[in-house]
Design a binder for this molecule. Structure first.
Ligand code: AMP
Length: 541
């Protein structure tokens, strides 16, 4: 027997319809790429998104077509996403920090027909356009006054292009399983792989994201996603914020410590989200100027492990709770957030920080397990570690245009992470499977060593890689970057770490370098670091 409830498909444009109806005046504030702060609201964004949809149709874009965006977080980027998905086309976020070759590969692989880009990226696309035959036109996210002379094919300034349509348009109606968005994994080995989100997966994922134990977004919040929309589906903010009806603050192209600090304070942001490197820069800046964050209550930190010292500084110095989060592009991307269940709520001091080092627990819609190499499930005892596997309606089942099977026989996706899960369901990421250091048949977590080393007052950033060792197979090498004006020494750093980890986990050497290489999504690029130290020999070997 069927239920007798309405068919109401989970389409993304229903989210902006809701925001414009229930939260019409809620501010959406952006640092524009042109410079000035721009203010609009959900009530104004919806009609402009309808215009985008209508105007795209006039350009011949149809259901299922891919439209690329190479853009910072601004109101125009948000409108573009809703306009694109409103005709059943697919937004494809291109990460501008990828190498030229990777950008060419993914735009061709996705067969993007139109590309929205910020002013910042005009020279980049002029350089690449000859190699992008599928892109019929380039829309620069600016107005006529700021439009540069450009050789880009069929280029137009967004505002003038948009003005050629009105908002008298109806969102298309289609199956909720239709593709909505696309984001390629950064592909440290081999070509990037396309993850293709559906309307249904984005809506369900965002419903989970707004829930109290996840981002806990409410209409009274003022949310600033510093994480770019081109990182892993923007961690859901383009949908979860309007769904909750909270204000959105977009930092545009300026993601440095002073610029982020300025917006956090001037716009009275209550919740923000970014990868750890953004927060390192912000904390350093605030330390220098004696900054305060009276309105900010929580920061979501993920993408890489959040060091304990960062969580502690936010708590003790600024009264801000770090929500350590874990996820991946293939998971839409949120997999878990470290909010406190009742059994941990009473904790304080170091015990609280111990739990905050974990990446928290999964919401409804994400199922998890840890398994050994043979696929045997392992216990949730907080000690046994294994491959972390996940399944759910917002987890990828295949990559775009690749036949390769990526799920196990029970439908679980192997995340490539090694983790423990405790009896309360809290996940601790031990390492990436390929980064874990295998020493004498045992495993050393590079993440744990890095997190500890950045707690040293002279260390700005730390990375650990395994170096070949004749007796132990691999031993850890700690590479650090000094804080401005400081000179950390090997003895000083090792002395700081001693007693806080097992003796055999202690790095065999410490090397200070000027800069640690990062991937396009801000993660430590271990492959590049291993190349850098290919000829390096540990002391005594
Ligand atoms: P991406 O798809 O680029 O978002 O990368 C996903 C990967 O980032 C995960 O599989 C993890 O290896 C890593 N990652 C994300 N969040 C965390 C975290 N909080 N701690 C440690 N690693 C993380």
């Amino acid at each position: 027997m069927q239920g007798l409830m309405q068919d109401w498909s989970l389409l993304i444009h229903r989210v902006i319809d809701h925001a414009a109806t229930q939260h019409a005046t809620r501010p959406v504030v952006s640092r524009s790429v042109e410079g000035p702060i721009h203010r609009t609201s959900y009530g104004e964004i919806r009609p402009r998104a309808l215009k985008v949809a209508k105007r795209l149709t006039r350009d011949g874009l149809r259901f299922g077509d891919r439209v690329a965006t190479l853009a910072w977080n601004t109101w125009r980027h948000l409108e573009a996403w809703y306009g694109i998905t409103g005709i059943g086309a697919v937004y494809h976020t291109v990460n501008p920090r990828l190498f030229d070759e990777q950008i060419v590969y993914i735009v061709n692989h996705a067969e993007d027909r139109l590309l929205f880009l910020d002013l910042t990226f005009v020279p980049l696309m002029e350089r690449l356009q000859e190699r992008l035959p599928t892109v019929e036109r380039y829309i620069v996210l600016t107005d006529a006054a700021h439009m540069p002379q450009t050789s880009l094919r069929n280029a137009a300034p967004y505002e003038e292009w948009l003005a050629e349509a009105d908002e008298d348009f109806r969102w298309a109606d289609f199956d909720e399983n239709a593709a909505a968005g696309m984001c390629y994994t950064s592909g440290t080995t081999g070509n990037p792989k396309g993850v293709l989100y559906s309307h249904r997966s984005n809506v369900l994922h965002s419903l989970a994201a707004v829930s109290p134990d996840m981002l806990g977004l409410a209409s009274r919040d003022i949310a600033m996603p510093v994480v770019p929309l081109f990182h892993a589906n923007g961690w859901s903010f383009a949908f979860s914020a309007p769904m909750a009806g909270c204000s959105l603050i977009f930092p545009g192209a300026k993601l440095d410590g002073p610029s982020v600090y300025e917006l956090l304070t001037s716009e009275r942001v209550t919740i923000s989200a970014a990868v750890p490197t953004i927060w390192f820069a912000l904390l350093q800046h605030m330390e220098k100027i004696g900054g305060e964050l009276p309105d900010l209550s929580r920061v979501v930190i993920g993408g890489s492990a959040c060091p304990r010292a960062v969580t502690e500084t936010f708590r003790d110095r600024y009264g801000v709770e770090v929500m350590h989060a874990w996820g991946m592009t293939e998971m839409s991307p949120l997999g878990s957030v470290c909010s406190m269940k009742p059994e941990y709520r009473h904790l304080a001091g170091d015990a609280w920080l111990d739990v905050k080092q974990k990446v928290g627990h999964a919401p409804f819609l994400v199922e998890m397990k840890i398994a050994d190499d043979e696929g045997k499930e392992l216990p949730w005892d907080g000690m046994t570690f294994g491959r972390l596997k996940v399944r759910g309606p917002a987890v990828a089942k295949r990559y775009f245009r690749l036949d390769e099977e990526i799920l196990d026989e029970n439908g679980f996706f192997d995340t490539g992470d090694v983790a423990t899960i405790d009896p309360s369901g809290y996940v601790q990421i031990v390492d990436r499977n390929k980064d874990v250091i295998k020493s004498g048949g045992e495993w050393i977590s590079s993440i744990e060593l890095e997190n500890l080393a950045v707690g040293h007052p002279d260390v700005a950033e730390a990375a650990v890689i395994g170096i070949q060792h004749p007796k132990w197979d691999e031993r850890p090498l700690l590479v650090v970057v000094a804080k401005e004006g400081k000179q950390p020494t090997k003895d000083g750093v090792l002395g700081f770490m001693e007693g806080r980890i097992a003796k055999w986990w202690m790095p065999d050497d410490v090397v200070v370098i000027n800069e640690i290489p990062h991937t396009a999504t801000g993660k430590i690029q271990k492959t590049a670091l291993r190349d850098m130290f290919r000829d390096y020999r540990l002391p005594g070997t």
